[in-house]
Write a protein that binds this ligand. Structure first.
Ligand SMILES: Nc1nc2c(ncn2[C@@H]2O[C@H](COP(=O)(O)OP(=O)(O)OP(=O)(O)O)[C@@H](O)[C@H]2O)c(=O)[nH]1
Ligand SMILES: [Mg+2]
Length: 575
């Protein structure tokens, strides 16, 4: 026992909190048992460990649990000496657990110390108040046929067809100081109860067993067989109470049938030392089980974080690749094919102009200027072609980024679950499609702005105006689009020639160094706009991931698990 129980209690509360914030949403192999371990332990801390540590001398809680129809309610009624819990033929009969105690102990159980999340309902009779809209309730019955110092819970069955019943039964067993396990002469070898019995052993829960409805004359044989099964399961020193089958159905058995069980409970109620020995054993066992149970959760949490990380990296990797491929495509000359080239040729590329470029640079701006005057319609066309071609290139890349991410996720653990069959993720988002044209146009405005700014002195301004801001802007775009000569065949000459003319024109206007700087800036602005658009598309994947992984995604991965490790460490040092 800790030198400072208050520190143990605080550490346990911290651990409960850390368990509750550990998300294990991905359906990985380890998730199911880990979720169960997490939920059960978080419950047991609140339901049992903290209230018990706060008051070691609080009344002993005995939970009568076991298979459905094994006679738990019948036995409870017989022990209490009144019908406090309806017994019945419809399975399962008991849904809301019934806690029976002496009026002196009512305060302890009526307050929210033990099992705080179960609302209390008082009253001794009436229909089974199932978990109406408010959730499950605990029926509280006080009677002076019970002795002070010990309360008994008639629990729902552990092998119910109703999942809520099974979960509640599990929760109640985790809150027991002593578990009275009930089975029958025909069902004691069933699998489910043995899972619970093994768990009781591994957690050191104080335990006694009742084998009810034993056919007359078969008691010795069944008790021996059941006893050897218990021993095989590592459960030694477990008292077994045989109860013979009564000839007719009844809600209360003859008192003699449960005399031994009642004697055990009375003995405990009246002997504080015995009681505290039972409490000690269960409490120590539960405390010892915390390490392994929490580690199950931690290991699964680490696996979850690893999977989330892989999924995230695959999104980031794919979209980063897309950005660099786009940057390369923009420089490669791809955009100088087809319509763009034709329109530009129509606007500027005549043999005459080509010759002029080759002969006298000084002539060019006058030539071009003269050439372009009055051709506003054509500049608009070229600009329009650039917009469409660039728009299509961006959509193609965004589509491919989305479908690549979807395929990668499908092959990664948990990926299909996060995708949840959303087919819209296969392509670029609607928002991307809706915004891309506007962004390209906005970038073209950026470029015109750059060109205007570049006309810093009067002479340059005059030259730019002579050629036309729009044409200069287009020339700048074309220079960007042909930085790495990716053109082939016949297009080489024309494309390179086109870029060459543009380059020459711009150099004549601004000087070579300024053109290089302009091109770099224009390209940076384009990539920035594209980056923002793509990032919003990648966010579709990121937000799905954070819906599953929680805030851990935004911080350093593994934070909740780290907190769990710290909380466990604090608990272990506090003991
Ligand atoms: N004939 C006979 N019937 C019994 C005996 N013990 C219990 N029963 C009947 O078995 C049925 C089930 O008993 P319950 O006490 O409701 O069983 P339970 O374990 O509380 O069942 P759940 O609440 O569903 O988990 C009832 O109809 C009882 O009357 C017995 O010794 N003899
Ligand atoms: Mg019952």
């Amino acid at each position: 026992m800790s030198a400072n129980p208050l520190e143990t209690i605080a550490a346990l509360e911290g651990l409960g909190q850390a368990l509750r914030t550990t998300r294990l949403e991905l359906d990985l192999g380890s998730a199911k048992p880990a979720r169960q371990a997490r939920d059960e332990l978080a419950h047991q801390i609140d339901d049992y460990l903290v209230p018990r540590l706060r008051r070691l001398d609080a009344p002993l809680l005995v939970v009568l649990g076991g298979s459905t129809g094994s006679g738990k309610s019948t036995i409870t009624n017989t022990i209490v000496g009144r019908e406090v819990s309806p017994a019945g033929v419809l399975r399962p009969t008991t849904r809301a657990p019934v806690l029976i105690c002496h009026p002196d102990d009512e305060e302890w159980f009526a307050g929210g110390d033990v099992l705080p999340d179960l609302p209390r309902v008082t009253g001794q009779r009436g229909s089974n108040p199932t978990s109406v809209a408010t959730g499950t309730v605990l029926r509280l019955v006080t009677t002076d046929t019970m002795q002070p110092g010990l309360a008994l819970i008639d629990a729902p069955d552990i092998d119910s067809v109703e999942e809520a019943n099974r979960e509640l039964a599990t929760q109640l067993l985790s809150a027991a100081d002593l578990w009275l396990f009930a089975t029958t002469g025909v069902r004691y070898a069933d699998a489910v109860p043995w899972d619970f019995l093994r768990q009781a052993r591994s957690r050191g829960t104080s335990l006694a067993c009742i084998v009810n409805r034993i056919p007359p004359g078969a008691t010795d044989e069944i008790v021996t067989h059941f006893g050897s099964m218990l021993t095989d399961a590592g459960l030694t020193d477990v008292t077994v109470f045989p109860v013979e089958q009564q000839p007719v159905d009844m809600t209360t058995l003859p008192p003699d049938a449960v005399a031994d069980i009642k004697a055990l409970l009375t003995g405990l109620a009246s002997d504080a030392d015995q009681r505290s020995a039972v409490v000690r054993a269960t409490l120590d066992g539960a405390m010892d089980s915390i390490g392994p149970r929490t580690r199950t959760v931690i290991e699964s949490g680490v696996e979850q974080n690893g999977a989330v990380d892989e999924l995230r990296q695959s999104v980031e990797g794919t979209y980063a690749d897309t950005r660099s491929r786009l940057a390369a495509d923009i420089r490669s000359g791809t955009l100088l094919r087809g319509e763009v080239l034709e329109r530009w040729q129509e606007l500027i590329g005549t043999a005459e102009l080509m010759r002029a470029v080759q002969s006298r640079i000084s002539l060019i701006r006058d030539r071009v200027g003269a050439f372009l005057t009055g051709r506003t319609g054509q500049t608009v066309e070229v600009q329009g072609e650039i917009t469409s071609t660039l728009e299509q290139l961006l959509i193609d890349h965004a589509d491919r980024a989305a479908s690549t991410t979807v395929s990668a996720w499908k092959s990664l653990p948990g990926g299909r679950q996060v995708l949840a069959g959303d087919r819209s993720l296969q392509l670029a988002s609607e928002a991307f499609r809706a915004q891309v044209r506007g962004e390209v146009q906005a970038w073209q405005d950026d470029i015109l702005e750059l060109v205007r700014e570049q006309g810093a002195n009067k002479r340059t301004t005059a030259r730019v105006l002579a050629v036309g801001v729009n044409s200069v802007g287009i020339a700048l775009m074309l220079v960007i689009f042909a930085q790495t000569a990716g053109l082939t065949g016949a297009e080489v000459a024309i494309g390179a020639g086109t870029a060459g003319i543009s380059q020459t024109l711009l150099s004549a206007l601004f000087g070579e160094q300024a053109v290089r700087e302009l091109a770099a800036e224009a390209q940076r602005l384009l990539l920035q706009r594209i980056g923002t658009l793509l990032d919003a598309d990648a966010d579709r994947f990121r937000s799905r991931l954070s819906a599953i992984a929680g805030p851990d995604l935004d911080t350093d991965n593994g934070t909740a698990v780290d907190e769990l490790v710290t909380a466990l460490d604090r608990f272990e040092r506090s003991r």
